[in-house]
Design a protein. Structure first.
Length: 238
């Protein structure tokens, strides 16, 4: 079973992990600063930073899934940015189609379920279903960075429910980790400097990078458990 404890420990104790987290937190902090100043360049810079961080996360997933002896990628900004850009291009169609289908179905169901509480349940079911397709596509792509892998419909159909269940378990566990680690440090910063404060914002930026590496690691574990059946069958035959 996927372990958030293993994901945290292996990410945090990775080679030069704190240095990498610190450096990657700088552009995140810069985006927050631009947003607080209502700077017109915020959207452009934040878009580039999003691509960079997506590349970072997908490389974390790939490293763990391919059993490398490290989790975090090297501090090659161009390599991470390219991985994020290629990943968005590869996964863009499945994200767009699944989002459009989810919106269309939810709008259709609105005509038959006018009660808001009932629709909340349907929203969760519909969006959860299509989110599972997108997540499974992400995991298939992250193995070898092949665009065709993200559209293996047989694998997506067979594994999407298990992947979605794994992600549902991941979310509260990451929140607990954040509460245990970030909570006390945030409290100390609040006592001495107040909130919001640049020190607090930068610390939260570092927490975001750590969370991305933990999520990437955890998703790789889910991938191995939920999607690796074909590889295991080959191993049995050999």
């Amino acid at each position: 079973m996927a372990s958030i404890k293993d994901a945290f420990e292996e990410s945090f104790h990775d080679h030069h992990a704190l240095t990498k987290i610190f450096i990657l937190a700088i552009p995140v902090y810069y985006c927050v600063d631009l947003y607080s100043k209502n700077d017109n360049t915020f959207w452009m810079i934040s878009g580039a930073v999003f691509i960079l961080l997506f590349g970072f996360m997908i490389k974390c997933t790939s490293n763990v899934r391919n059993t490398k002896n490290y989790v975090l990628p090297s501090l090659n900004i161009f390599s991470m940015f390219w991985a994020g850009l290629k990943g968005l291009v590869a996964l863009g169609p499945i994200i767009a189609v699944c989002s459009w289908l989810a919106l269309t179905i939810c709008n259709f169901l609105n005509n038959y379920f006018p009660d808001p509480n009932s629709m909340k349940i349907w929203y969760f079911i519909v969006w959860g279903l299509f989110a599972s397709f997108m997540l499974t596509g992400y995991l298939c792509y992250a193995r070898h960075f092949k665009i065709s892998d993200a559209y293996n419909l047989k694998t997506i159909g067979n594994s999407c429910v298990d992947v979605f269940a794994g992600v549902l378990f991941m979310i509260p566990q990451i929140l607990i980790v954040d509460a245990i680690i970030a909570g006390p440090i945030t409290y100390i910063i609040w006592l001495f400097f107040g909130i919001p404060h640049p020190i607090a914002v930068f610390f939260w930026s570092m927490c975001l990078i750590l969370n991305l590496s933990i999520a990437g690691h955890y998703l790789a574990q889910v991938d191995y458990e939920a999607i690796a059946s074909d590889e295991k069958e080959k191993d049995r035959i050999i």
